[in-house]
Design a protein around this ligand. Structure first.
Ligand code: HPA
Length: 277
């Protein structure tokens, strides 16, 4: 079976299980399961039930899809994403995005945890990603192009949808919440970066660094989805303080920030309908 046939099979399976066609796909990073709690008319599908769908292994990540209504907007939420560092191939990492694209879901929202590189960022800050630097050394579009999905050479100038950034900023200001804009650099992990790598990234114009999201954004953009990524700074990037970095610290900060991040996502999704973007 071809990759596209696998994607289509997963799509059929999901469509047969859920009640409404989702308008937005939401991918929740480390420690952000709370969003799914506010969804009505929920249908939950464990990843292992979906044919072809990679299973999830990272600690702090649940492995299921949750579909239902948020406010008045039908959504589908991925609780737990697939990281390249777990050993998945990039086609596996972006498999869910391909399925969402085949489902013709117009909006792709993702949250993630990051290390703050910019001196103006502190742990707990929310950063709207407006551009990225792909330092993973690979591209999920490598190989034959599926012309039905998108062009061979897709534009990345506007990978992060400008209207969605503005919508998120206005949602944040209505919540009296501060958000910043930033450039996300993706390394593969799973080791954290070295202090020298962080100095390099700062010189190159990165504001935050993480180990996820960029392959999915490239695949979603390839399929013409409108993308919005909100990153939560979990720690000062390596070498910026004396403290060594730990995953426990990341999870602790994400837990503290999750209420705000989930509130912001909810406010944005509630505004999608009115925005008509
Ligand atoms: N580096 C990479 N990924 C991360 C970090 C970091 O400092 N913090 C949270 N995710």
């Amino acid at each position: 079976m071809s990759y596209r046939e696998k994607v289509q099979k997963a799509k059929e399976f999901i469509i047969n299980r859920i009640r409404q066609r989702p308008e937005a796909a939401v991918v929740l990073g480390s420690g952000l399961g709370a969003f799914a709690g506010s969804i009505q008319e929920k249908v939950e599908i464990p990843y292992e039930e979906i044919p072809g769908w990679p299973s999830s292994t990272a600690p702090g990540h649940l492995g299921k899809l949750v579909s239902g209504i948020f406010g008045s907007t039908p959504v589908i939420v991925m609780q737990g994403r697939h990281h390249y560092y777990e050993g998945y191939s990039l086609p596996d990492v972006v498999f869910p995005v391909r399925v969402f694209g085949e489902m013709k879901i117009p909006y792709y929202f993702a949250t993630n945890a990051s290390g703050g590189i910019s001196h103006s960022l502190s742990p707990g800050d929310l950063v709207l990603i407006y551009d990225h630097i792909n330092f993973q050394g690979h591209n999920p579009l490598r190989g034959g192009n599926e012309d039905e999905w998108g062009p061979r050479f897709p534009d990345m100038t506007y990978a992060y949808d400008r209207k969605l950034i503005e919508l998120t900023e206005s949602a944040a200001s209505s919540l009296n919440m501060q958000v910043k804009r930033g450039v996300y650099a993706a390394f593969t992990g799973p080791s954290f970066e070295t202090p020298a790598e962080i100095r390099m990234l700062r010189i190159l114009g990165a504001d935050v660094v993480g180990m996820s999201t960029v392959p999915e954004v490239i695949a979603a953009r390839h399929m013409g989805m409108k993308i919005c990524v909100i990153s939560c700074v979990a720690n000062y990037a390596a070498g910026m303080t004396e403290a060594p970095l730990t995953h426990e610290e990341v999870l602790k900060e994400m837990d503290k920030a999750s209420g705000r991040l989930v509130g912001l996502l909810q406010a944005v999704i509630l505004r999608l309908r009115n925005a008509g973007s």
